[in-house]
Ligand binder design. Sequence first.
Ligand code: SF4
Length: 330
Amino acid sequence: MSLLEVKGLKMHFPVHGGLFYRRIATVHAVDGVDFEIEAGETLGLVGESGCGKSTVGRALLRLYDPTAGRVRFDGQNVADLDAHSLRSLRAEMQMIFQDPYESLNPRHTVGTILEEPYVIHGEKDAARRRDKVMKLLDRVGLPEDAYHKFPHEFSGGQRQRIGIARAISLRPRLIICDEPVSALDVSIQSQILNLLIELQQEMGLAYLFIAHDLAVVKHISDRIAVMYLGRIVEIADSRTLYANPLHPYTQALIASIPVPDPRRRKEFEALPGEVPSPLNPPPHCHFVDRCPYAQAICSQQTPELKPLAEEGDTRHRVACHFAGNLPPSG
Ligand code: SF4
C-alpha cells in the first residue's frame, strides 16, 4: 500500500454572476487526476502556471473539498475524516508555501509561530516547547536569536527556512512543497533544495514537490508527473522522463529548459498558442489546440493515462493516442 493514493481527483469551482448571481460557468481546475506516493519518495508535479498543480496540493490536505475522487493517506480515506481526525492528519501531512511570508503571521515572533503547532497538539510545558523550537531553528540553519524576531526581519531564503521548520515540527510523513523555491534567487534555491533533501534522508519524509520549472524538479524528484490543464499527461521516474519523454507537451517542456553550454544550446521551440482557459477546456485531449501532432481522433476520444505495452515499464504512463509513435507534425 502506498503512503498516498489519489484516484480520479476532480476540483471544479463554480463561477457565479448575472442579475440573480446564478452559477454561469465552472472552472475545471483539476479534472481527474491519479497518482500515488510511496513513503520516503519525492514525486515532482510540474506544469505551466494555471494547470491546477497547486489546487491538487490543497485538495489533498482538504483545504478544498474535492468535487470528486478519492484521496487515501496511509489507508485512510481523507474525505471521511471528522475535524479531530483531520487535525491529526494535518500533523502527518504538512505544506510548505511559495511565499512563506504570506503564511507567517507578521505580528507574531518566530518563536510564537513555531510553538503554535505544539500548543495545538497539546504540549502544555512552555520550557519543553521552547526547547523543541530551538532544536528546529538549529536544524534548519537559523540562529538562536531568530526566536525573538518577526518574519519581516528575515530574507526570503530565511523565511522559507522558518516555513520548513514549521512544516517538520510535528514530524510529518508527507510534505506538500508548493513552489518552495520559485521566488528565491538561484544561489538560495540550491541551499533550500539541499536542506529539503537532507531532511528527507534524516526523517524518511515523502514530498509532493510542485513547480513550474522542470530543471528544479529534476534535482529533487524520484518520479515526475507532468500536468496540463487539470490532468496528468505523463508520469515516469525522473531519468526515464528526461531520457524518453513520450507526450508532446513533456517534450516541449524539456526542449524549453535552458542549456548553460552555448555550444550545446538547442533552438528553443516555443509552444504555439496560450494554455486554454480551464473555464472551457477542449473536450477529450486538452492539448489538442497546441499539439503539432493532433489528428481527428484527438478531438473525439479522451486519451487515457496508461503504460505503453511495448515499453514494458508500467510506471511510465502517458495520455496520448500516439505515444511512442507520433505522426508527422502538422
Ligand atoms: Fe497531441 Fe493527439 Fe496526443 Fe493529444 S492525443 S497530445 S492532440 S497527438
